[in-house]
Unconditional design. Structure first.
Length: 146
């Protein structure tokens, strides 16, 4: 069981190592990365994540215990970045390992879905610096006399 809130980059290789073990034939890792989604100010260049650390850590630990109990997985990871995360970088990593693939997939899906729903982490988009938001041109209206 491994939970983490980190201002440092998340290592996918470290997640795989945390899920390694004898007899664990099904290992599933999901990585959520920051995308360059369009915004009125231009494309996203980063997301800034904030969390209430103590409640977030408790929620992550509770999710992991629940995943292990519900799906019978032996190892799990649930890691989330805080602070500025650039496009292409991992913002969240969850994973599960079990003897077989089905419970590993089920647990990993449960972890990411419930993490997004239950863990107190918020994000703010950062668009390309220096770009002003684009506004739609308003239709021309006639001038009023008076």
């Amino acid at each position: 069981m491994s939970t983490r809130l980190s201002a440092r980059p998340l290592s996918i290789a470290a997640a795989h190592r945390a899920l390694d073990g004898p007899g664990l034939g099904g290992v599933v890792v999901f990585v959520g990365r920051v995308r360059p989604d369009p915004t009125p100010a231009g494309p996203v260049v980063a997301l800034v994540y904030e969390a209430h650390a103590a409640p977030a850590r408790r929620a992550l630990a509770e999710l992991e215990r629940e995943a292990r109990r519900r799906f019978g997985v032996e190892r799990t990871v649930a890691w989330h970045r805080v602070g500025r995360v650039a496009v292409g970088e991992a913002a969240v990593v969850v994973g599960a390992a079990a003897a077989h693939r089905r419970p590993a997939f089920q647990a990993a899906r449960f972890l990411i879905d419930e993490l997004k729903r239950r863990v107190p982490v918020w994000k703010e988009r950062r668009a390309r610096p220096g770009r002003r938001p684009r506004q739609r041109p308003s239709p021309r209206r006639g001038r009023s006399a008076g």
